[in-house]
Design a protein around this ligand. Structure first.
Ligand SMILES: [Fe+2]
Length: 247
């Protein structure tokens, strides 16, 4: 075979091989595309089937039992127990607002060397009792009753006496607040005991409040120590001495 013819033959063979490679690749690509299309179609079919099923369910006559009406789902087991808790809660909210006001009065009208620390301390205490008023008011709402926190109601129904008007001294403010907070403490312990069995959730909130009331009273009384005192001049020191002596 002439050399030229052989070259042409080789070129043709190479061309043929390249064509076959390209054709093979194109075929493989087409197969992949087909597979992907089939997958998409299957997904589409599944989605259509689910939608049809859901639409069918919506049209069914299946009866689903409703939960009890919300009016029948208030906490506690009877109207009497809820009313009892509500009575306590209303009074507590009123007295908490009253306490808030007492601490604000002391915060504003304070005079004396202890002005700055007491001014700040009374503000934090006022904030604490205002926040508790919200907790107890909303517990009353949760039990199915409205709350009355209007100023005229607070003035008419609070069991705590007003603070005196005008300026007050630093040590005088301590005694005034201790007196009011002690009345509130006694009432709140009674509230807690009264609802302890019938409404333990409300009782639990009273316990939280009392933790803070007891803590505040302790801190207020500490201020009544004279400089250099270790506590022997505190109001309860004489009683403690008698208790230790068994008298
Ligand atoms: Fe202030």
């Amino acid at each position: 075979m002439p050399l030229q013819t052989l070259k042409t033959f080789k070129q043709a063979a190479a061309l043929g091989a390249a064509f076959l490679t390209l054709a093979g690749a194109a075929h493989a690509q087409t197969a992949q595309d087909q597979k992907a299309n089939q997958h998409d179609a299957a997904l589409q079919q599944q989605a259509t089937s689910r939608a049809a099923k859901a639409a069918g369910q919506g049209k069914s006559n299946e009866v689903v039992p409703n939960p009890p009406r919300i009016e029948d789902s208030y906490p506690l087991d009877s109207e009497a127990t809820r009313t009892k808790s509500s009575k306590h809660l209303q009074q507590t909210v009123v007295d908490l607002f009253s306490l808030f006001n007492d601490f604000k009065e002391a915060h504003w009208n304070l005079n004396g060397p202890l002005y700055l620390p007491l001014h700040e301390y009374y503000q934090t205490q006022a904030d604490t009792y205002r926040k508790y008023a919200d907790v107890f008011a909303e517990r009353n709402l949760s039990l199915g009753y409205s709350i009355d926190g209007r100023y005229r109601t607070i003035a008419a129904t609070s069991t705590l006496p007003d603070m005196p008007g005008g300026y007050i001294t630093d040590n005088g403010s301590l005694q005034l607040l201790i007196d009011r907070l002690t009345v509130f403490q006694k009432e709140t312990y009674q509230d807690m005991r009264d609802v302890n069995d019938s409404d333990p959730v409300t009782s639990n909130k009273y316990q939280d409040l009392l933790y803070d009331v007891d803590h505040t009273l302790w801190q207020l009384r500490i201020h009544l120590k004279k400089p250099g005192s270790l506590g022997e001049d505190l109001p309860w020191a004489a009683q403690q001495t008698r208790d230790r002596a068994g008298q």
